[in-house]
Design a protein around this ligand. Structure first.
Ligand code: F6R
Length: 655
């Protein structure tokens, strides 16, 4: 034990002359060793955290060239999307800062011939919220002695800024972030040591943040988080700070996932984690078993296409070990038989694509006689159905960091509900906030448009629905055995869709259309919504999803020969849905049926996207794979930036 009562995990002489000799220590439990976490397989851990829309933090202290390491880290975080980038590096007598709006490549070009030389630094990719994407608004933000990068929102920045300005501070940006270096500077000027100044400054912040800071001439990084993820990467001779593991994965897979309120001091003596008051906290280092290659595009042109094609594997992982079709049994980790006997009703809360998965899950539960509703998480506080301690609230969120969903989860907890997170991210805020978590094991999803995580959410929600209905003695979602068998065959069914080439041809055929409509009934309805969302977000074309029966109540006015209508079939009351499609067809709209090859719709429709025969409950999931492909090819033919659509973030951590 050291003086702080902590074990030193890493003890290493560093060769670098600038920071040598030194040791890296991490507070861990006395007897513990680094735990191994199998990433994205059976005990999945999702490595993408989420900060405010699209921002990314990287920090490095060690023996490497900081400039190169930070730029690589920023490139690794590019998938999150951003509009400006910057770095700050301890560079001999002071901090060298370079930042600019635009791509990391532009930042790289601007420092290509620089003489910046140091091994300690911080970097950032910014997505603008307070102030446009200008060089001045890009991070790091600095004062005479302090450089700071920040993800999140400082809610009380206006009053802090006013106070600091009254004390003579001159602001050079429109950002909320800039108050942080000024606060730290002020405390330093008042005579406090750097660490104390950092803690005092952080104590003044309201809102959500992950912050990394550096003080001129100090080979130390200071960092903290509240509501925005921050992870520490540990190497024998280096330490990394990042908003997401891929930032440093090529250097180390030993990570510490920080919790809200943790403060990290990384210097030549080690990495120390405390609370804001300075009391040591115990954080278990974990080894993530993820090949950096997994996060690459491989032979695919886009992450989205890669992720669509990964669905046979990700679906297999979602259900692996959880269902036994032969015996008709379900084994959902902690959710054994009897877990949900105290539940009167189920509410699923989610946003965007996850909301569509939640609608799918709610429909399956209701079909089995369980009272279940999907509610948009951002509407939940104002429009939640009645909640009590017999309500099970399921937060469906791939990232586990969506602010709307987290706030709704808080609301459910406050009302006394039992909460469960269905997420892709071990260690995410949702997983930690909820009473329990169930992981979809989809693996890293880098493309902004959610694809494989939707499929895995749906598959897992269907398995969960079986467990809940069995516990409540309700009618199983469908014939339980048959559904489990069909789930077991799902990866192969998706594989057969991926082998086809129909989606690309359909996208080409309707390329000149004015708008794209998607309709479905029952489980086809959330798929219609999801088909339209996927299409619009990556093609930028007008696309809308409707319940097929709603078409005649208004949207039909929009239908013309230039508005193809995609019809999701293969589920419930197909004949009615087909009738609705024909109403559009009569008005000249080309109808594209998504259904098995021998379905009656193929005789009526103008075009056909085939899906294999499957259980009714799974037809929508398969249809959605075809719609993902149509959206992808349509966007590709339009040459859109598919993995990073304009204005969108992979995870949205503001309400
Ligand atoms: C669309 C998409 C978003 C997310 C939504 C919720 O392709 O990805 O609509 O589904 O922002 O995100 P999570 O699931 O992380 O809560």
């Amino acid at each position: 034990m050291d003086s702080a009562g902590l074990n030193r995990l890493y003890v290493q002489e560093w060769a670098d002359t600038s920071v040598s000799p030194c040791r890296v220590s991490v507070p861990i439990e006395a007897s513990s060793e680094s735990t191994s976490v199998r990433a994205f397989s059976t005990d999945t851990i999702q490595l993408r955290g989420a900060v405010r829309p699209m921002c990314g933090i990287i920090g490095h202290i060690g023996t490497r060239d900081a400039l190169k390491t930070l730029l690589t880290g920023l490139e690794n975080l590019e998938y999150r999307g951003y509009d400006s980038a910057g770095i700050a590096i301890q560079n001999g007598a002071g901090i060298a800062v370079e930042k600019r709006s635009g791509e990391v490549d532009e930042l790289k070009a601007s420092v290509a011939d620089s003489s910046i030389d140091g091994s300690v630094g911080i970097g950032h990719t910014r997505w603008s919220t307070h102030g446009p994407p200008t060089d001045a608004n890009a991070h790091p933000h600095t004062t005479a002695d302090v450089a700071v990068v920040h993800n999140g929102i400082i809610e009380n920045y206006a009053e802090l800024r006013e106070r600091l300005q009254e004390h003579g501070c001159r602001f050079t940006s429109e950002t909320d972030t800039e108050v942080i270096p000024h606060l730290i500077q002020q405390y330093i000027d008042d005579g406090y040591g750097s660490e104390r100044a950092f803690r005092l400054a952080i104590d003044e912040l309201e809102g959500s943040y992950a912050v990394a800071a550096m003080i001129a001439d100090e080979k130390t990084l200071y960092a903290t988080r509240k509501g925005s993820p921050l992870v520490v990467g540990l190497e024998d001779d280096a330490c990394f700070l990042a908003s997401d593991v891929p930032a440093f994965l090529e250097y180390t897979d030993d990570v510490v996932f920080l919790e809200d309120g943790d403060v990290v001091i990384a210097d030549k003596y080690g990495v120390e984690i405390t609370d804001l008051a300075g009391n040591p906290v115990v954080r278990q280092p974990e080894t993530v078993d993820w090949d950096p290659e997994q996060a690459g595009k491989g032979t695919y042109d886009h992450f989205m296409l890669k992720e669509i094609n990964e669905q046979p594997t990700s679906l297999a992982q979602a259900i692996e070990g959880r269902i036994e079709p032969e015996r008709g049994t379900i084994d959902l980790e902690r959710f054994g038989p009897g877990t949900f006997t105290d539940v009167d009703s189920v509410q699923l809360i989610a946003c965007g694509t996850s909301y569509h998965a939640a609608l799918y899950g709610a429909f399956a539960l209701r079909g089995a006689g369980v009272e279940a509703t999907a509610v948009l998480a951002n509407e939940y506080r104002v429009a939640a159905p009645p909640i009590d301690e017999r309500t099970l609230v399921i937060a469906v969120t791939q990232s586990g960091e969506t602010a709307d969903t987290l706030r709704a989860l808080d609301c459910a907890t406050d009302e006394g509900a039992t909460t469960l997170a269905v997420t892709n991210v071990v260690g995410s805020t949702a997983a930690r906030k909820a009473d329990e978590a169930l992981f979809i094991r989809a693996g890293p999803e880098i493309g902004v448009a959610a694809t494989k995580t939707f499929s895995s959410q749906v598959a897992l929600l269907l398995v969960l629905a079986q467990r809940i209905t069995a516990d409540l003695g309700a009618e199983p979602v469908a014939d339980a055995h048959k559904l489990l068998e069909a789930l077991d065959e799902l990866p192969a069914a998706v594989e057969s869709i991926l082998e086809g080439d129909e989606a690309g041809k359909i996208a080409k055929r309707f390329q000149q259309s004015h708008a794209y409509f998607f309709i479905g009934r029952g489980l086809g309805y959330p798929v219609a919504l999801e088909g339209a969302l996927k299409f619009k977000e990556i093609t930028y074309e007008h696309a809308e999803g409707f319940a097929s029966g709603e078409l005649k109540h208004g949207p039909l006015a929009l239908v013309s020969p230039h508005t193809p209508v995609f019809v999701v079939l293969g589920g419930q009351e197909d004949e009615k849905t087909l009738k609705n499609a024909k109403e559009a067809q009569t008005r000249g709209a080309p109808v594209v049926a998504i259904c098995p090859p021998n379905h009656q719709a193929t005789e009526v429709a103008d075009a056909h996207l085939p899906i294999p025969e499957t259980h009714d409950v799974l037809a929508g999931l398969l249809a959605n794979v075809q719609l993902q492909l149509v959206a992808y090819h349509a966007a590709d033919q339009l040459n859109r930036p598919i993995d990073k659509p304009r204005n969108l973030a992979k995870s949205v951590t503001v309400e």
